[in-house]
Design a protein around this ligand. Structure first.
Ligand code: URA
Length: 239
């Protein structure tokens, strides 16, 4: 017997968090009855309907994609204003969704999957998955800001987990800097907020790394599947 939200997520229908929302909203039926209780246990013999669709536990096969997200694309499965999403860029019949989010105007590396456990693992703060960003900022990053980055920057009463940063370029004529920053957290707009806190606006933001993965030769809008080895590497010694 497994918890209902886990079974739904494992089926590839959606993430575990989304499954919990759907259960709370009364959109999940088990053997003909609406179930809203989170801990409900089910087995392979139970008939599970999510939003009226049957969850076929036997037909699951997981897929994992790495996309170089272009600007002006939404990082979700659906958009209420019918704008293009990262899922629209990938040719698959599977019900995939992005792992975490990049802002509408942020470009770069984003992972998509139908494997709820994998998505949860990567997003769980305890697992400290590193993400590297290249930020073009307005202004020249000064010594005070660099010292602050080294000491740690607090946003909403919590220190941002900055693992590393490097000033890659300073353009005094254009008054811009290119800063590479590696962090281990996923709060919304965290890189923009980090630089804002230091007194700098981010003009352009690209995610260049996720765990050990980089963009390689993928151009904007291009994607590839992850190898099983790449997927397993995330778990390291934990699984
Ligand atoms: N931090 C941001 O500010 N935006 C992103 O898209 C990702 C991280």
């Amino acid at each position: 017997m497994e918890r209902l939200q886990k079974v739904i997520a494992n089926s590839g229908y959606c993430s575990r968090r989304k499954a919990e929302e759907l259960i709370a909203q009364g959109k999940v039926c088990v053997n003909g009855n609406v179930v809203t209780e989170m801990g409900t246990k089910v087995s392979g013999n139970d008939e599970i309907l999510v939003e009226g669709k049957s969850i076929d536990l036997d037909s699951v096969s997981y897929v994992y994609y790495l996309l170089n997200k272009p600007r002006g694309i939404i990082s979700s499965s659906k958009d209420e204003h019918n704008r293009k999403t990262v899922v629209d860029l990938i040719e698959t019949e599977k019900r995939i969704y992005p792992i975490g989010r990049l802002d509408y105007d942020t470009t770069g590396l984003i992972l998509l999957t139908n494997d709820g456990d994998f998505a949860n693992f990567l997003m769980h703060p305890n697992n400290n998955i590193k993400k590297t960003y290249l930020a073009k900022i307005e202004g020249i990053l000064d010594k005070k800001a660099i010292d602050q980055l080294k000491r740690g920057v607090v946003i909403d009463d919590r220190k941002v987990g900055v693992v590393d940063f490097k000033v890659r370029k300073k353009d005094v004529d254009k008054n811009t800097s290119l800063v590479e920053v590696t962090i281990v957290e996923g709060r919304n707009h965290i890189v923009k907020r980090l630089f804002q806190k230091l007194g700098y606006d981010v003009i352009r933001l690209t995610r260049t790394g996720y765990g050990e993965l980089g963009l390689g030769t993928l151009q904007s809008g291009e994607y590839r599947e992850l190898t099983i080895k790449e997927v397993k590497k995330f778990y390291g010694n934990k699984k």
